[in-house]
Ligand binder design. Structure first.
Ligand SMILES: [Zn+2]
Length: 192
């Protein structure tokens, strides 16, 4: 079916019209050529490399493309084998790095042949746990924090991720979110 083919290959069109940069074996795209996205992503990748080099190699292997396409939410795009970024958390390089870890875990599970749609809850719990584990190691490695501050911060993250899982965001209608976002982009487009 042509429709399916288009759906599978649409990312090629998106990447073609996006600004492109390479960094440490990753390919980065930004549809709006957002400089901050590029610099921020590089810093976050540096952070992963510095504090968890094994994870950095795994991330590069399974999630070699990070694309700032703003489709309404952050997710792993299987066709493009890419992290599709909506929000790169401009105020927080550490949290963005943890989001990259989260999506890289989705990519890893996908490459292992584990189907996301057969058990979304399980996939999201695994990925969220990996994300939190990465953040916990970052906090532990931070020499500027006292032992009490570290404990406090770790407990805060645990509670935050627990709340997120409880919200069951994976049950939301992603197609609807994407379409409304695309509509907004085209409405805002100055060429129209
Ligand atoms: Zn996820």
């Amino acid at each position: 079916m042509i429709r399916d083919w288009l759906a599978r290959n649409y990312y090629k069109v998106i990447f073609k019209v996006s600004a492109r940069e390479e960094y440490k074996g990753f390919v980065l795209y930004s549809l709006k050529n957002d400089e901050l996205f590029f610099s921020h992503t590089k810093k976050s990748l540096d952070l992963i490399e510095r504090y968890d080099s094994r994870r950095f190699s795994e991330t590069r292997l399974h999630l070699p493309v990070i694309a700032h396409v703003e489709e309404g939410f952050n997710y792993f795009n299987r066709n493009a084998n890419a992290f599709y970024v909506e929000n790169y958390f401009p105020q927080d390089i550490g949290f963005y790095a943890s989001a990259i870890v989260h999506e890289a875990t989705h990519a890893y599970l996908f490459h292992k042949g584990l189907d996301y749609d057969s058990d979304r809850e399980r996939h999201e719990i695994i990925c969220t746990n990996e994300q939190n584990r990465f953040l916990r190691n970052l906090i532990k490695a931070n020499a500027e924090l006292s032992a009490d501050q570290k404990r406090e911060w770790i407990a805060k993250n645990d509670a935050m991720f627990k709340g997120k899982i409880k919200s069951r965001w994976w049950e939301r209608d992603r197609k609807k979110i994407r379409i409304s976002k695309l509509k907004a982009i085209f409405k805002l487009s100055p060429s129209k």
